[in-house]
Structure formats: C-alpha cells, structure tokens
Design a protein around this ligand. Structure first.
Ligand code: SF4
Length: 409
C-alpha cells in the first residue's frame, strides 16, 4: 500500500482524511499544525496526538519531503535549492532575505509549456505538473531548514511567497489552489493574501477562477506593449491577447484584496525597451485602454542573458529612460535588484543546472533549436532622455502590492 502524502492536503482535505480514520476535525488541525508549523515528519514526535491516531497514521501516511540535489548560498544570503522530483526531473526554489522580509520563490511545474522567449525554463520545454505536495514541500523544507540554520526557533522566516519559479502556476491550477490555501491557513503558514503572489503569463480563464477561489496578489508577465511583439515573446498571447488579459486583470481586482496588479516587464535591448513602447504601455493601462484604467504598478526586470535566447539585457540608461516615462505618466515603477548572481539564482537563471537533469530538456532539444530561430520584431530605439532625475525604486517596500524580487519571468 502506498502511503498517503499528507503534504497533498489542505486542512479541509486533511479533515476528510482523518474522518475516514474515524477521527474528529480538531485532530486534523493538530496534525496540520505539527506538519506545517513545527516541521515534524515523524508521527511519534506528535506528542499531543492520541496514540491511537499516531498508530493509524504510521504505515498509512507520510510527510514526503523532496530529495535535495544541491543547495547553494549566495554571498548576499540568497539560498537556492535544486530538488529531485523523480523521473529525471528537478525543480528549483530560491529564498531571498531582506531587511524587512524573507521571500521564497516556488516552482509549480517541471519545465514549462508556455515557452517565453526570454526565459531559460521556457527553453527546456514542459515535463510535468508538480503535485500540491511537491509545491508545498518546497515551502515546508525551506521554512524549517532556515529556522534551524538561523536559530529562530518557532519564529517564521518566510514572510512572502511568490509562485514565480519554474512553470506557469495557472496551468497547474488544481494542485496550486490547495497549496495556496495551506500557505494562507492560520494553522499552516499563516501568510496574508497580500504576501502570497501568483505570477502568470496570462491564462485568462484561470485568472477568473483564481479570483473566485483564492484571490491572492496577482502579477502578470506583460513584457510587450503590442500584440505583435508579445505574440513572439510570450506565445500564450496568441490565445489570450493583451486586451483580453487586461480585461481579466480588471475583473480580478473586483475580488482581490489588493488594489492593483503588478506587471512584470523583462527589459530586452532593442526589443521592448524604447520610450515609445513605454508610452504605449501607459496608453494600454490608462483610461482609454482596452479595459479602462487598470490600477497597477510596473516591475522592470533586467534580463539575465543565456546563450540560447539570442537576446541582450537593456542598458541601464535605457531602463532608466523607460522607467522615467512610466513614472511621469503616473505609474509606480520599480526596477528589480539582482540577487544571488553568484549562485545563478537571479531572474531567468534557474534552468542552467536543471537543464541537464530534466527529461524535457532531452526530449525537446530539437524544439529548442527551432525556437531560437524565431525572428523578433525589433522596436526602434530612442535616445534616452536624462536619466539622472529618474525616480526609480530598487526594491518595493513590504506594504506595496506585488512586492516580489527574484522571479523567472
Ligand atoms: S516566463 Fe514563466 S510562463 Fe514563461 S516560459 Fe518561463 S516559466 Fe513559463
């Protein structure tokens, strides 16, 4: 008999499982707290559970951690884990410490089917969805390993979670939502909805479902100001073009506790970084845009080049000029700090080590070759205006929605 992985359950599902064992809900709550708040794996340790329940669980159930392939700690404190998820697949998880928070960037899939042009994970192709347990095992391990390392006792280390690692979380919806519920549950990790962010490349129907089921903070990988360019950079745009995406964002805000969307924008030299394109963005999210004015902020991400991309990072002066246009147009705009460079944990760098370990990489090697040859529509570069006075935040404060740093998008 295969043991049930209790990391696959949110509290309601765990209560249903305990009920099958003839146990009341409060027993499930106790068990849930032992697993997620205390990081216990051994039922014998769970001293306030009835011995009869511990005996029932032993042999029937387990808390299945992920095997660690490697762990790297950056000089700036960033930690990157490579986890084995079986079958030759591996995923990465990154912890980014800052003065006022600790953010964990979690993977939702092994590989990714969306195939964004600037993303190293996208170049791997898709291998498989992670289960709820595999998504949560990343948080479970990181939280308890960091507590032990930092000596914080029962004090929480991870204050923010961003679903921005490998994969498109909204294409693994049924596993994602229970995992989000555990993150938010007061008996689990107790994170506020404002501190859990789902980042999507724009799966419109699932944005609508998330709004109904679990409206955490939403980040959208935009990366282009026109459908022609976004079709090339984010192929999903051919199915859900910008106007539909912005309308979904507007609908999301009706239910979301946050009052604006974070648009992620990877800065690519000569491709999407002209001031004319910044003005197009202003028009898109402004009152005359396809969805009317969309309350939002922009997060500009310096591209981390990798050989197969054929793309180049925007020059700092151009990033500043671009940001200046957005800021002067009234948009909160930040430029992401690069963290964990020395361990390849910065945005878009995840797939380097993983690539050799995934089935997808081998299977899709040919497809990757072809993808590299897709021509891009290069936008005209404009001469930057003065960057000296451009107001740019290098990081966003804890109370600012979409406060995310290290992502793959
Ligand atoms: S940016 Fe996100 S959605 Fe696009 S290929 Fe990479 S992981 Fe997938």
């Amino acid at each position: 008999m295969t043991a049930v992985n209790l990391l696959d359950f949110d509290l309601d599902a765990l209560a249903a499982y305990c009920e099958q064992l003839g146990e009341k809900r409060f027993r499930a709550t106790q068990l849930f707290r032992w697993i997620h708040q205390k990081g216990a794996r051994d039922f014998a340790q769970m001293s306030d559970l009835a011995k009869s329940l511990r005996d029932k669980l032993a042999g029937r159930a387990q808390i299945q951690a992920l095997a660690i392939i490697s762990e790297h700690v950056s000089a700036d404190g960033t930690v990157k884990w490579l986890f084995d998820v079986g079958g030759g697949d591996a995923v990465e998880t990154v912890f980014i410490p800052e003065d006022d928070r600790g953010t964990l960037c979690i993977s939702s899939q092994a590989g990714c089917a969306v195939g964004c042009r600037f993303c190293s994970t996208g170049h791997q192709g898709f291998s498989r969805n992670l289960s709820t347990g595999e998504i949560l095992a990343q948080l479970w391990h990181a939280e308890h390993a960091l507590r032990a390392r930092l000596g914080t006792g029962s004090e929480r280390v991870i204050s923010n979670v961003v679903m921005m690692g490998m994969g498109e979380p909204l294409q693994n919806y049924s596993a994602l939502v229970p995992a989000l519920r555990v993150m938010l549950d007061d008996h689990g990790y107790g994170l506020s909805r404002r501190r859990v962010t789902v980042s999507t490349s724009g799966v419109v129907p699932m944005i609508d479902r998330l709004r109904e089921d679990c409206p955490v903070a939403l980040a959208v990988s935009l990366h282009a100001s026109s459908d022609a360019l976004r079709d090339e950079l984010v192929p999903l745009n051919r199915k859900y073009p910008i106007a539909e995406l912005l309308q979904a964002c507007q609908r999301y805000l009706e239910a979301a506790p946050r009052d604006f969307i974070t648009f992620e924008y990877c800065m690519l030299d000569g491709v999407n970084d002209s001031e004319a394109q910044a003005r197009e963005l202003l028009a898109l999210v402004g009152p005359r845009g396809p969805a009317g004015r969309v309350p939002c902020k922009f997060n500009l991400i310096p591209f981390n080049p990798f050989p197969a991309s054929g793309l180049v990072r925007s020059k700092p002066a151009q990033v500043q000029a671009f940001a200046k246009v957005l800021i002067e147009g009234g948009l909160v705009t930040t430029v992401r700090k690069t963290r964990g460079d020395d361990i390849d944990a910065a945005c878009g760098q995840l797939a380097g080590e993983v690539q050799d370990r995934t089935n997808a990489a081998r299977r899709l090697a040919g497809a990757r070759e072809r993808a590299v040859q897709i021509p891009l529509v290069a936008a005209p570069l404009q001469t930057p205006t003065s960057s000296a006075n451009t107001m740019m935040a290098s990081s966003s404060p804890a109370d600012r929605p979409g406060a995310t740093r290290e992502t793959r998008r």
